[in-house]
Design a protein. Structure first.
Length: 99
């Protein structure tokens, strides 16, 4: 299980982000020509979450992709204020794509 291997948490997770710029990105602004990293999404977990939230798997996958991208661009949600900022950014992007 990747979540246990890389984060030491022995339970499934929906999305993991692996930055190629680890420690280098200090703000949510990133140069457009740089590779950011990898995003791994658990489709099984995404399907369960979509079922629980009563929306389509495509929407859940989009949410998880956006969440992963935000992590790769320097956003985090460890503190309450950061969680709120990240959720607002996710909502803004979802609206752009009409999701």
């Amino acid at each position: 299980m990747l979540n246990n291997k890389y984060r030491g948490i022995d339970k499934p997770t929906d999305v993991l982000s692996f930055s190629l710029q680890e420690g280098a990105v200090k703000s949510p602004e990133v140069e457009s020509d740089k590779l950011l990293g990898d995003i791994i999404i658990s489709v099984e977990t995404a399907q369960r979450q979509a079922d629980n939230l009563k929306h389509r798997i495509e929407r859940e996958l989009a949410v998880l992709l956006i969440h992963g991208l935000l992590h790769l661009t320097g956003y985090d949600h460890e503190k309450d204020k950061d969680y709120k900022i990240m959720r607002e950014k996710e909502s803004e992007i979802l609206k752009i794509f009409d999701l």
